[in-house]
Design a protein around this ligand. Structure first.
Ligand SMILES: Nc1ncnc2c1ncn2[C@@H]1O[C@H](COP(=O)(O)OP(=O)(O)OP(=O)(O)O)[C@@H](O)[C@H]1O
Ligand SMILES: [Mg+2]
Length: 445
C-alpha cells in the first residue's frame, strides 16, 4: 500500500495523542476541543479538494487541478483514466465515421430499414438507383416509395436467401438486383446492385446460342434431308447420289467454316494477349492482293498501294486472318467491274493504317455500328449466298483490340466502303528503325 495512506492516519493519530497530553495537564475539555478543531480543519481541507475535483469533472479542462498527497494521486489517476477513455472513444468514433464514409461511397446501394420497413439511412448509390431522397424520405415506409407489386411481395416475404431483379424506378434501362440482410434490433439492410451489364451479357449469351443453333440448322437440315432420301430409296442410285454431292459439300463446308470461326472467336476471347513478333505488313499486303485477285477472278480491278514500309509488332497469323476478312468482304460485296484498293500507309501520331477501299454497294449508316456484332449481316440472304458466316468482322474487331488498334468504317450507299485498321504508334516499327526481331546488325567483338 503506498505511503500516503499512512500520512493522513498519522496526522489524525498525532492530533489525538497531542490532545490527550494536553488534557492530562490542564482542563480536560481543552485537549478535546483542540482535537475537534483539528479534525474540523482536516475535514474542511478534504471538502475543498472534493469541490475542486467536482468542478474539474464538470469542466472541459484536460489537466487536473494541482494537489499533493492522496488527492494529487487520485486526481492524477482519474485524469489518466479519463484520457484513456477519451482516446478509446475517439478511435471508436473515427472508425465508425470511416465505415459510414465507405458505405456512403459504395458503388452498391445500401438502405437501412428500421421497424415496419421504414427508411433509417441510405447511401448515395441507393439514392440514385432507387430515387429515394434522404432529405425527403427518411422515416417513410420503403414500399410506399417503391410502388412495384413484386417488390412489396418480396419485401414482406423476408426470404433472405432470395434476391429480386427489377428495373430501376429512376432509369427504365437499368436492371437492379436487390437483397435483404438481417441486422440486429429488428433492422434490415437492403442491398441494391446495378446488374445492367451482367443482364446484357446474359442476354447476349442466350442470343448467341440461339444464333449458332439457327446458323447450323439450315445446312444440317439439308444434309440430313438428302441422307434420309437416299436411305428411303429401295435401290440406291449412284448417279442421283453424285448429283447431290456438290450441294452436300457446300453445306458441310458452311458448317466447318462456322465451327472454325467460332473456335477462332473462343480462342481470341480466352487468350488475353497476343504472341508478338515483327510482322512484315508490306509483304502481307502483297499476299492479300494476290489472293484477292484469285478470289475476284477478274471481276474487279484489284490495286495495291504500298505507301509505307513500316512493320508491325503483333501476331502475323491473327493479323493475316483479320485483314483477309476485310479483303474478302470487299470482293464479295463489290459487283463486277468495280475497283478495290488495298493500302498500307503511315497515319497521324506515328501510327499506321491498313485500308481496303471498294466501289461496292455501300452500307446504310444505321448498320455500321452493328457490323462487328456476331452474326450481324446487312443482308442475311446475300451474305449466306456468298458463303459468309457473319462472324468475320467480330473476329476482326477482337484481333484489332488485341493490337490496341481500331476499325474505322466509312461507307456511302451506292458508292462504296472503306474498312481501315488503324494501329497506334506503340505497335509500329518505322521503316528507318532497325528491326529488333530480324535484322539486328552483327558486330565483331
Ligand atoms: N465491303 C463491304 N461492303 C458492303 N457490305 C459489307 C462489306 N463488308 C462487310 N459488309 C457487311 O457486313 C456484314 C458483316 O460482315 P462479316 O465479315 O462480319 O460477315 P460475312 O462477310 O457475312 O461473313 P464472314 O466474313 O464470316 O464469312 C456482311 O454480311 C455485309 O452485310
Ligand atoms: Mg466477312
Amino acid at each position: 500500500m503506498p505511503s500516503f495512506w499512512w500520512r493522513p492516519l498519522g496526522l489524525v493519530l498525532g492530533l489525538a495523542v497531542l490532545s490527550a497530553l494536553l488534557s492530562t495537564g490542564s482542563e480536560p475539555g481543552t485537549g478535546w476541543a483542540l482535537f475537534a478543531g483539528g479534525l474540523g480543519l482536516y475535514l474542511l481541507y478534504h471538502l475543498r479538494q472534493l469541490r475542486k475535483l467536482s468542478d474539474w469533472l464538470a469542466s472541459d479542462q484536460q489537466a487536473p487541478p494541482s494537489a499533493d498527497g492522496l488527492w494529487g494521486d487520485v486526481l492524477y489517476r482519474l485524469a489518466k483514466l479519463l484520457r484513456a477513455r477519451q482516446g478509446a472513444q475517439q478511435k471508436v468514433t473515427a472508425d465508425l465515421e470511416q465505415m459510414l464514409e465507405a458505405t456512403r461511397n459504395l458503388p452498391d446501394g445500401v438502405v437501412i430499414l428500421g421497424e415496419d420497413n421504414r427508411i433509417d439511412w441510405l447511401n448515395q448509390a441507393a439514392e440514385s438507383l432507387l430515387g429515394i431522397s434522404p432529405a425527403r424520405d427518411l422515416g417513410q415506409f420503403v414500399h410506399y416509395l417503391m410502388r412495384q407489386a413484386r417488390f412489396s411481395a418480396w419485401l414482406s416475404a423476408e426470404d433472405y436467401g432470395q434476391t429480386l431483379s427489377m428495373t430501376s424506378p429512376t432509369a427504365p434501362g437499368k436492371t437492379l438486383s436487390l437483397q435483404l440482410v438481417p441486422l440486429p434490433r429488428q433492422q434490415k439492410m437492403l442491398l441494391v446492385r446495378d446488374i445492367t451489364e451482367i443482364a446484357r451479357v446474359e442476354a447476349m449469351r442466350r442470343d448467341f446460342v440461339a444464333d449458332v443453333s439457327h446458323e447450323l440448322r439450315t445446312p444440317v437440315t439439308v444434309i440430313v434431308g438428302f441422307l434420309e432420301a437416299f436411305e428411303d430409296m429401295p435401290e440406291p442410285d449412284p448417279a442421283q447420289f453424285r448429283k447431290h454431292i456438290p450441294l452436300m459439300r457446300e453445306q458441310s463446308d458452311r458448317i466447318r467454316r462456322l465451327v472454325d470461326d467460332l473456335l477462332t472467336l473462343a480462342r481470341l476471347e480466352s487468350e488475353p494477349d497476343t504472341r508478338d513478333e515483327s510482322v512484315d505488313v508490306p509483304a502481307l499486303a502483297r499476299r492479300l492482293a494476290e489472293e484477292a485477285r484469285t478470289m475476284s477472278q477478274g471481276r474487279q480491278q484489284i490495286e495495291l498501294r504500298e505507301d509505307s514500309t513500316a512493320r508491325l509488332i503483333g501476331n502475323s497469323q491473327e493479323l493475316y486472318g483479320a485483314l483477309a476478312n476485310l479483303v474478302s468482304n470487299a470482293v464479295r460485296y463489290t459487283p463486277a467491274g468495280g475497283r478495290i484498293e488495298l493500302r498500307w500507309a503511315d497515319a497521324e501520331h506515328g501510327g499506321a493504317v491498313f485500308s481496303v477501299k471498294d466501289t461496292g454497294e455501300g452500307i446504310e449508316p444505321q448498320h455500321i455500328p452493328r457490323l462487328t456484332e456476331r452474326f450481324y449481316r446487312v443482308d442475311r440472304g446475300r451474305s449466306r449466298a456468298t458463303g459468309g458466316t457473319g462472324l468475320g468482322l467480330a473476329i476482326v474487331k477482337h484481333v484489332l483490340q488485341r493490337h490496341q488498334a481500331r476499325l474505322r468504317i466509312d461507307s456511302t450507299v451506292g458508292k462504296g466502303s472503306t474498312f481501315a485498321a488503324v494501329f497506334p504508334a506503340e505497335r509500329v516499327i518505322p521503316a528507318a528503325a532497325p528491326d529488333a526481331g530480324a535484322a539486328a546488325p552483327h558486330t565483331a567483338t
